[in-house]
Each structure stands twice: as structure tokens, then as C-alpha cells.
Design a protein around this ligand. Sequence first.
Ligand SMILES: [Zn+2]
Length: 357
Amino acid sequence: MTRRGVGHVWAVGVFLLAIGGCAIPTKPMKEVKRPREGRALGGRVAVVYCKHYPVNLVGFEKLHPFDINKYAHIYNRLVQDGVITPGDVFVPVPVGDAEILRVHTPEFLASLRDSKTVARYLEAPALGIAPAGLIDLGMLSAFRYVTGGTVLAGRLALEHGIAINLGGGYHHAKPDAGEGFCVYADMPIAIRCLQAEGKIRRALVVDLDVHQGNGTAVCLAGDETTFTFSMHQGSIYPIPKATSDLDVELESGTGDARYLEVLGEHLPTVLDRARPDIVFLQAGCDTLRGDPLASLAMTESGIVRRDATVIDACVRRGTPVVMTLGGGYSSRAWYVQYRSVRHTIDAYGRAVSTAGE
Ligand SMILES: [Zn+2]
């Protein structure tokens, strides 16, 4: 995920905040102190979400040209359509400094106290005039909950088989800096936490967002216990690219058939090479035709099939899998991912499994 060229809109928001004299989130919500147990659907699919995921900056987030609160739309629609109930959902606690420092540097943590630096990570220079406390409370706090959600999803996937975090996939965040609207490297943090807890040894990241997972690649570089696989459009941000364990570049205009063919060529080999105890799927849907930040040409159904291809492969191999939602901010993005999450729940979360796959 990445945002480019949106600073002017953010500037308007910050200006309105400044003249409004109300630079605090409207309704600070009670902090979650302990993770709340949900119910794994069909005993196999755990859904992770929290009311603290949406960014909450006095409405200024609504001025963002992209739908930065798409995760709330997905959750609400899943509940509205009876796919899940609020009681099914596992609620995470936010990551703390100790977990963040498993991947990021102390200097990075300190840098988050500087508004201009955070504004740079978020590619919104105008945000630099906002008080650091406001940014932390209204924005970074949400990202810490989502990152905690990816950690929790990792634990739940090991327990139940499949876990879906209705957020996350901050794949541009590096150990010493954020970029591309990503601050905390949620997937590497989750991997390091699970390794430290002795729950896994090896992990694979399958990154299908249209942008390369450059941050993930840097965070996990040179580590034999992890494997990073990124399929992305070659001609767009980030430029230059980082080096994943396997990078596959796609050309502008790539549609469903070619995309799924290329994924099918590489996925079995990647799973064989990585020998993972867990897979983290970054299922960014900015591969959708018409996405404002890229120019692949997948259909909604193609993206649902793409995600199912990875999840089905993991299930067949008995490998726990975590789905994070990543980028994609066209007006249809939330709906595509709603369909993909619903498809996974329909496929695996409807009844207690009576036999192994
Ligand atoms: Zn992206």
C-alpha cells in the first residue's frame, strides 16, 4: 500500500483542525487491556478485528482521497450479512514497545515522537504541523492495534488453521523507518513474536499487494528461517525495489488469467523452498482494474480466486495461514476484500471439519 500525491488534501484537513481548535479525537475509546476471545468459525477460521482499527482524527481522515477506513466497512458488512457475529471476533491488544523492538530500532521508536518524521512515513507532509500527541492518539494507536491483530492472528492460525486480520499488511515499513503509509512492520513483528514464544521456527510471507513488499524484505533479509515472496507490478513504487527471497514482476495490464498462471507457477515451489510453519498472506487488492495507484487489470472474482489459491494450498499442506488485507483503496476495494473474506469463511468456517483435508 502506498499513498502518493495526497499531501494537499491532508493539508486542508490539518488546517481545518487547527482553526477548529479541536485537535483531539472526538471520542477516545477505552483501551483494550486483554485480548478478547472470540469463536473460530467452524473451529477453523478465526477473525481478528477491533473497534480501535479505524483512524480517528476528528473527521479529518474523511478528507483522505482513499478509503483508509475500509477495514471497518468490511467488518460491518460481514456482521450485517450474518457472516460473523461480534462475539465471533477475536479482539487484540495493541503491540507494545517490546514487540515493536523485535524488528524496529530504538531510533525508529524515538522518531515517532516527531510529527514531521511521522508525516513523512505517512507521505502526508502537511501532517507535520499537527501535535505529536494527536497523531499518536488518532493514528499511530490504530496502527498498533492492527499490528497487535496480526500478532494475535498468528497465534490463532497455529491453533485453528486459518486466521484473518481485518487490517494489516504494512509491508513498506522497515526496521529504521516507515514509508508508503506503513509505520509498524506487522508481519515481521508477528513472525519474531511467534519465534520468541517458541511456537514456530520458519515462516513464509506471500505478498500479493500490487506494490512490492520492500519493507518486509528488508526486515527479514539474511534470515534462513524466513522466506519472502512478492508478486507485484514492476513499473511502480517502490523504485528501486528491495530484494525479496523471490520477486516476480508483473506488467501493466496483467489480468486474471496471466496473474493466476504466474502465481500457480511459483507458489508450490515457494512453499517447498520455504518449508514454513506458518504463512502470512498480504492480500492487497490494489491489483484490481482501475486502482488509482497501479495498472494491473484483475477482476473482483479474480482476486477472490487469487486469495483462495494461497489459502487452499496452505490448507492442503496443513500449514497455518494468516491473511492480512494490505492495500487497495479504490471505491470497490473494501467490497472485493469482503468477498474474499466471505469466500474463505464459506469454504472453511461453516462446519466443524470431520476429516483432514
Ligand atoms: Zn499496495
